[in-house]
Design a protein around this ligand. Structure first.
Ligand code: AMP
Length: 291
C-alpha cells in the first residue's frame, strides 16, 4: 500500500499537526493549491520535498479570489483524485482541505490583507479584488500553519511577487520559493482550467507560449527594447488565432509590476498575458533578463 497523506479538514487539526512537527523539530513546507491537481502542482510538491521536513498541501477553492462573473461554481473539485495523486513515494505528509466555514468563520470577512500598487496591472486590473482574496487566504494559511517554506508556481508570476512582498511586509517567517512553469509537450502551461478547452481550442492554445517565446527572442536576439513593440508583436500573433480572445498583454518590472515603455539592460522584466479560449481564461508569462 502506498503511503497516504494525513487528511486535515479543521483549523484545530491543522494546528495540532503543525505543533507536532514543531515538537519533533521538523521543518514545515507548504504548497497552497485550489486542487484539480496536475503535474505542475506535483512539481511544486517535489520541490517542497527537496526542501526537507514535512510537506503539507492545502486544497481550497478560495471564493474571495473569484469575481462575480468568474468560474467559482464551475471550478473543478476533485479531492479524492487529488489525494490519490499525492500518495506513494515522495508524496506529501498531509493535505489540508478545509470547508469554507473554516477559512471564513463569519461568512464575510471584515479583515483583509491587501498589497498596494503591485496589483494595479495584469491580472490585478483584469480581475478586480482577485489578489486581495489571494493575499487574505494565504495570510490565513500562513498564520494557521506557520510554514518555514511555501512553494508557489511562477505560472502565476504576479501572484508570486505580490505574496512575497506581503509575507516580507507582514513579518511572516516563511520563505517563498518560486517554481518555473510546467508545460505540456507543445508548450501550453499546465492549468486546472485547460480541462475547459474543446479540441480546437486546445489545439490553438499553445499560441500563448509561442507568442511569449517570439517576444523573448526579439529581446535576446534582435535587441528589442521597446515595450509597446513587444506587446504589439504578441498581440499580432494572438490575433492571428481565431479562437483566441486576448484579455491583456503587458510588460512590467518585477519589483513594482509597473508597465515598461523601454527595457533597461541588466533589468529583469515580466512579459505576461491572459486570453480566453471559449469560456477558459488562460494565463502565461516569461521572465526575461534583459542583456
Ligand atoms: P492553483 O491551484 O491553480 O491555484 O495553483 C496552485 C499553485 O500551483 C500556484 O502556486 C500556481 O502558480 C501553481 N501552478 C499552477 N499551474 C502550474 C504550472 N503549470 N507550473 C508550475 N506551477 C503551477
Amino acid at each position: 500500500m502506498p503511503a497516504s497523506p494525513k487528511i486535515l479538514t479543521t483549523l484545530d487539526q491543522a494546528r495540532i499537526w503543525r505543533a507536532e512537527a514543531r515538537t519533533r523539530g521538523e521543518k514545515v513546507v507548504m504548497v497552497p493549491t485550489m486542487g484539480a491537481l496536475h503535474d505542475g502542482h506535483l512539481e511544486l510538491v517535489r520541490t517542497a520535498r527537496a526542501e526537507g521536513g514535512r510537506v503539507i498541501v492545502s486544497i481550497f477553492v478560495n471564493p474571495t479570489q473569484f469575481g462575480p462573473n468568474e468560474d467559482f461554481d464551475a471550478y473543478p473539485r476533485t479531492l479524492a483524485e487529488d489525494v490519490q495523486k499525492l500518495q506513494g513515494d515522495g508524496c506529501c505528509d498531509a493535505v489540508f482541505a478545509p470547508a469554507p466555514t473554516e477559512m471564513y468563520p463569519f461568512g464575510t470577512n471584515r479583515t483583509w490583507v491587501s498589497v498596494d500598487r503591485l496589483g494595479d496591472h495584469l491580472c490585478g486590473a483584469a480581475r478586480p479584488g482577485h489578489f486581495k482574496g489571494v493575499t487574505t487566504v494565504v495570510a490565513r494559511l500562513f498564520t494557521i500553519l506557520t510554514p518555514d517554506v511555501a512553494v508557489f508556481g511562477l505560472k502565476d508570476a504576479q501572484q508570486f511577487f505580490i505574496l512575497k512582498r506581503m509575507s516580507q511586509e507582514m513579518g511572516f517567517a516563511t520563505r517563498l520559493v518560486g517554481v518555473p512553469t510546467v508545460r505540456e509537450v507543445d508548450g501550453l502551461a499546465m492549468s486546472s482550467r485547460n480541462r475547459y478547452l474543446n479540441p480546437s481550442e486546445r489545439a490553438a492554445a499553445p499560441v500563448l507560449y509561442q507568442s511569449l517565446q517570439a517576444a523573448q527572442r526579439s529581446i535576446l536576439k534582435n535587441g528589442e527594447r521597446d515595450g509597446h513593440q513587444i506587446i504589439a508583436q504578441i498581440e499580432g500573433l494572438l490575433a492571428a488565432e481565431p479562437t483566441c480572445r486576448r484579455d491583456y498583454v503587458s510588460v512590467v518590472d518585477t519589483q513594482e509590476m509597473q508597465p515598461l515603455v523601454s527595457l533597461e539592460s541588466g533589468s529583469t522584466v515580466l512579459i505576461a498575458l491572459a486570453a480566453y479560449f471559449g469560456p477558459a481564461r488562460l494565463i502565461d508569462n516569461v521572465i526575461v533578463d534583459v542583456p
